[in-house]
Ligand binder design. Structure first.
Ligand code: GAL
Ligand code: CA
Length: 354
């Protein structure tokens, strides 16, 4: 036996002894099935659905590139903590390798964590961040999300840019202040609280004056955004100069309200969202929204899949993801305005991930 063959044999034997499979390292031909369970807080949330689609595409690619079979099962908790608890129980009793959790109630992760810990099944939370105390309950907990403060600062920057480009088009009553309303996301959601605080703060920090007209939660939803905005148009008439929306769905709801109220172009406020969902990109393109901030579903999904996969095959996480404090991946955002919109509308689909 030559040295190369001896080496190969040694590696195969070693991989057996260490319990490694062919997945990921292709050392032997034996295939293993990896099972990943994903529970979504609400399957009909547009942004969450975009993450889901990206995850599915990535898993498909990964499966083709690797030797092993990956089963990924998505379940929809439909806004119910009880449903989500049951879904986690089922994933645990069916011995899934990893469970990815988009929490219904981000302040109540303890029960889920304790069950997973008992069964020694790692958890990858995403989009709805557990509180720090819960994240410290075990060392096999991870969180993939976005940099909320940055998204708000970028919204602020889009508003400032619009103002600096054409002052009278934004400060319509010419009083030197920007009269604004805020459509907030779900109360208690980390992104909603942080985006609400910093969109305004970031503009003020740069020396601009703002005046708040109204600020209400529309729970991430376009119909509620439409309803709030319809009321505000009735109440404040044409004095709304800026609409900060914690996400695109609600911003689109506001745009719908402005259209329904037949607000003319010269009174149309600057509307900014976050997420970068398709319909919002169209709205930026046609000018009904000034801009949005991309919360990159492709990058978030890539991290979720890479971390889940690495955990399932026992690969080191440092190799696959830029993890902070051993637990967190916070993906950066990008500003989207009319200037660069075509780069995003024509964004190529995922090809391959390593
Ligand atoms: C936010 C996102 C919202 C909504 C929410 C759900 O990050 O901007 O559109 O999807 O997550 O948790
Ligand atoms: Ca003004």
């Amino acid at each position: 036996m030559n040295r190369v063959k001896k080496g190969a044999l040694f590696l195969v034997t070693l991989s057996f002894l260490l319990g490694l499979t062919s997945c990921g390292n292709k050392i032997n031909e034996e295939t293993k099935e990896i099972k990943i369970g994903v529970t979504l807080y609400k399957g009909n949330d547009t942004f969450i659905n975009d993450i889901r689609k990206e995850i599915e595409a990535l898993v498909k690619n990964k499966e083709e590139a690797e030797v092993c079979k990956i089963t990924i099962d998505f379940v929809d908790a439909n806004g119910s903590v009880i449903n989500q608890g049951n879904q986690i129980d089922r994933f645990i009793s069916r011995e899934y390798d990893v469970i990815c959790v988009n929490l219904v109630d981000r302040t109540a992760a303890a029960t889920i964590i304790d069950k997973a810990k008992d069964a020694d099944i790692p958890l990858v939370f995403f989009n709805r961040e557990p509180v720090e105390e819960d994240m410290n309950r075990w060392n096999k907990l991870y969180y993939v999300g976005a940099q909320a403060e940055q998204s708000a600062r970028m919204q602020g920057n889009i508003v400032i840019k619009a103002f600096e480009t054409d002052k009278s088009a934004v400060d319509k009553n010419g009083d030197g202040k920007l009269q604004y309303v805020i459509l907030e996301g779900e109360l208690g959601h980390q992104d909603a609280a942080i985006r609400t605080e910093y969109c305004v703060k970031s503009v003020m920090e740069r020396g601009f004056e703002l005046e708040r007209l109204a600020d209400e939660s529309a729970n991430w939803q376009s119909d509620q955004g439409n309803e709030k905005m319809t009321n505000w148009i009735k109440e404040f008439g044409n004095s709304i100069e800026v609409v900060f929306s914690n996400n695109d769905e609600m911003a689109l709801g506001a745009v719908y309200a402005l259209k329904t109220a037949q607000v003319p172009k010269e009174h149309w406020p600057v509307v900014v969202g976050v997420d970068g969902i398709n319909e919002a990109l169209e709205a930026v393109k046609d000018g009904t929204m000034e801009g949005t901030v991309l919360s990159d579903t492709q990058v978030q999904a890539t991290n979720i899949v890479n971390i889940a996969y690495a955990l399932a095959i026992g690969q080191s996480l440092e190799e696959v993801s830029p993890i902070r404090n051993g637990k967190y991946v916070l993906v950066p955002h990008k500003e989207i305005t009319k200037e660069n919109i075509d780069d995003f509308i024509k964004r190529p689909k995922i090809k391959e991930i390593k």
